[in-house]
Design a protein around this ligand. Structure first.
Ligand code: ATP
Length: 242
């Protein structure tokens, strides 16, 4: 049994004039909930795109569930939610999910289950175009839960959500991980870090840390994830200038 859901070695991604990731390595254990943190522009979305196989890469290898990222047979095993809404405004929540279930070949019984998981039961027959931004992003998330994927890659799923909903979504992520799903969840909100088993900190496309929160706090002497991140940034800058 392979222990890693994602294995990345020597990944290099160039977008336009920018080398976003260079000689990048990362392993993600199966069934883990990993937070991908870093400031805007640090390369989080690019890394996620490489993992789901929609990013052109200039070098290195990305393996997901033992297969090359983007392989055809990974299609229904890997769920991906981007920051841009991917659902149809002129369809209801349920119609959107039925459509995606059909495209993915997922059972129709998944539709109501996914709607409940993102707590949109009371909005199931509302047009997506009439929902709030946070509700709409939960519809996108629900589409990724269809077909019970083994790996979920979620790009800032909690942006624009109120604190109560954020907590509920993190509880859902934990439940999924307990059931063996591997989750990679990006955020630029450091306090969300405290909800992950493992934290991957990115800065300017470089891996600043890949550790547990307690490990990070011990290593940096900081009181919280934000402090640890700042300490690691300063350390990297000291090393770069010496
Ligand atoms: N289509 C593109 N063409 C050229 N450069 C790009 C493109 N998309 C992103 N980049 C550059 O790649 C770098 C990383 O971007 P990326 O979107 O991966 O960061 P991010 O950490 O996800 O940021 P955010 O939190 O703002 O989404 C940035 O410097 C950005 O300017």
């Amino acid at each position: 049994m392979m222990n890693f859901a994602v294995r990345i070695r020597g990944l290099r991604v160039v977008r336009g004039p920018v080398t976003v990731l260079d000689d990048f390595d990362l392993d993600i254990r199966r069934g883990s909930l990993t937070g991908l943190l870093g400031p805007s522009g640090s390369g989080k979305s690019t890394l996620m795109r490489a993992i789901v196989g929609v990013q052109k890469v200039a070098g290195g290898t990305v393996e997901v569930l033992g297969r090359p990222a983007g392989a055809k047979d990974l299609r229904d095993r890997v769920g991906y939610v981007t920051q841009a809404p991917s659902v149809y405004a002129d369809l209801t929540v349920r119609q959107n999910l039925r459509y995606y279930a059909r495209v993915l070949g997922a059972p129709m019984s998944d539709v109501d289950r996914a709607i409940e998981q993102v707590d949109l039961g009371s909005r199931a027959d509302h047009l997506v175009g009439r929902l709030s931004g946070g509700q709409e992003s939960r519809v996108s998330l629900a589409t990724a839960l269809l077909g019970t994927p083994e790996v979920l890659v979620l790009d800032e799923p909690t942006v624009g959500l109120d604190p109560v909903l954020r907590v509920q979504l993190w509880e859902l992520f934990h439940r999924l991980a307990e059931n063996g799903v591997t989750l990679l969840v990006s955020s630029h909100v450091m306090d969300e870090a405290e909800r992950c088993e493992r934290l991957v900190l990115l800065r300017d496309g470089a891996l600043l840390a890949d550790d547990t929160l307690p490990g990070l706090l011990t290593r940096t002497g900081a009181a919280d994830a934000e402090g640890a991140f700042l300490e690691l940034v300063e350390k990297a800058e000291r090393e770069a200038s010496s």
